[in-house]
Design a protein around this ligand. Structure first.
Ligand SMILES: [Fe+2]
Length: 178
């Protein structure tokens, strides 16, 4: 499954730290297995259930969020006056994993893709953070997953988490407004 995933998500190769890259891929593998999906199913999983007939799947959304976050990070470090540093491996891993919890939040039902029983109890920031902790991802990546959505609005976000959060909403709100 690893080869299939790196083909679908070529951005895994942008993670320089080999251990982080392997762990990040393994989180996706576990989510797919736990959710009872095949890699080929990812193409028909919408990135959100909040937009009816959503035209963007979880693959393209995840790739776009990751790529927007990478490009934003490259610009920000040039113009932030040295106020903070950004770890690009964290940006790439956090981007690729921010929505991995949706793979277990959603289920393939007879009448379409719906919330799974687990998804009704645990939105993807929680399940995604849990999956990442099971694979010993760095605390920062777990944090980025945990706070990327509305659940993180009232608490602390590290600079990498701020970037992925905004990259995510840039890839959500204009599509939602359609
Ligand atoms: Fe997202």
């Amino acid at each position: 499954m690893k080869e299939e995933l790196t083909k679908i998500f070529p951005e895994f190769d942008l993670i320089k730290d080999e251990e982080l890259r392997e762990k990040s891929i393994n989180v996706w593998i576990e989510a797919i297995e736990k959710g009872g999906w095949k890699v080929s199913d990812l193409e028909r999983i919408p990135f959100t259930l909040l937009i009816p007939d959503c035209p963007v799947n979880i693959i393209d959304h995840t790739r776009s969020v990751t790529k927007v976050a990478i490009e934003a990070a490259k610009q920000l470090v040039q113009f932030n006056g040295g106020a903070y540093e950004l770890d690009m491996d964290m940006i790439v891993s956090g981007g690729l994993l921010h929505d991995v919890g949706k793979i277990v939040e959603y289920a393939d039902c007879d009448d379409g893709i719906k919330k799974s029983p687990m998804g009704k109890l645990l939105r993807h920031p929680f399940s995604g953070a849990g999956l990442a902790m099971r694979h010993d991802l760095p605390d920062k990546v777990v944090h980025m997953i945990a706070v990327h959505a509305k659940e993180g609005d009232s608490g602390y976000r590290c600079p990498e988490a701020v970037i992925v959060h905004h990259a995510d909403f840039m890839n959500f709100e204009p599509i939602k407004m359609g």
